[in-house]
Design a protein around this ligand. Structure first.
Ligand code: HEM
Length: 203
């Protein structure tokens, strides 16, 4: 059994540091010519990959709790969600700053003309209220039930994130399909659990 103190003082900082590894890897590759012929595209894609992975990791916390009955894992859900949002922001920033050089009219044109950008942007917009209301203060302010309902926005955001990836690909769809299957399994576990909970127990 892990004590509350070990969780707070040891495990949480370790997990936090691990979540920074992809970013550190990207910086290291950037500084060592490790991003190939098109470093802007490579870093944008790398950040997009990790944004989606962290959304899936955040969504996996509750199903893991359901399956393992290890409740302390819930203490990592907010951290995973905020890392997901941070990687999405970095992904968006790399597109706005490095890819488009802050050319706002061109960015706007992209958002309305290229469907995969429209979908990615919608996913990002859905995640904003979740990041803003992630603190305990906000849970108190809007009430637990409203907060829970609001945070269901992560489901459409995750679906759109996978769809965004799928839409931008021209040939090999394996990776977005794998993410889609993982998402479906995570949803399936939640649905199964809520049906199980609702069933009246017999004697
Ligand atoms: C929840 C939000 C988002 C997620 C999860 C996400 C995820 C991804 C993923 C996984 C990729 C493919 C990476 C690869 O090829 O390995 C990608 C590519 C891309 N995303 Fe996003 N994205 C999101 C939002 C956005 C937004 C808001 C924009 C810009 C407005 C954007 C612009 C792009 C661009 C330009 C590419 C690369 C396309 C290319 O190189 O041809 N994404 N994204």
């Amino acid at each position: 059994m892990v004590s509350d103190r070990t969780l707070r003082v040891v495990i949480k900082p370790v997990v936090f540091s691990i979540c920074l590894v992809p970013l550190a890897l990207l910086v290291w590759r950037g500084l060592n010519d490790g991003l190939g012929a098109n470093p802007i595209e490579a870093s944008n894609r790398f950040l997009g990959d990790w944004a989606l992975r962290f959304i899936l990791i955040a969504l996996a916390v509750t199903p893991i709790r359901i399956m393992t009955r290890w409740n302390p894992i819930m203490r990592f859900r907010r951290m995973m969600g905020l890392f997901a949002f941070a990687y999405v922001v970095l992904h968006l920033t790399s597109y706005v700053a490095l890819d488009q050089f802050f050319d706002w009219p061109a960015i706007w044109k992209d958002i309305i003309k290229r469907w995969y950008i429209t979908v990615g942007m919608t996913a990002f917009v859905l995640l904003i209220p979740l990041a803003v209301t992630s603190t305990k203060g906000w849970i108190k302010r809007i009430g637990g039930k409203t907060w829970q309902n609001l945070h269901k926005l992560v489901y459409p955001a995750a679906i759109l994130g996978v769809f965004h990836f799928y839409m931008m690909i021209k040939a090999d769809f394996t990776e977005p399909i794998i993410y889609g299957v993982i998402l479906a399994i995570l949803f399936g576990i939640r649905i199964f659990e809520s049906i199980r909970k609702r069933k009246p127990r017999t004697a």
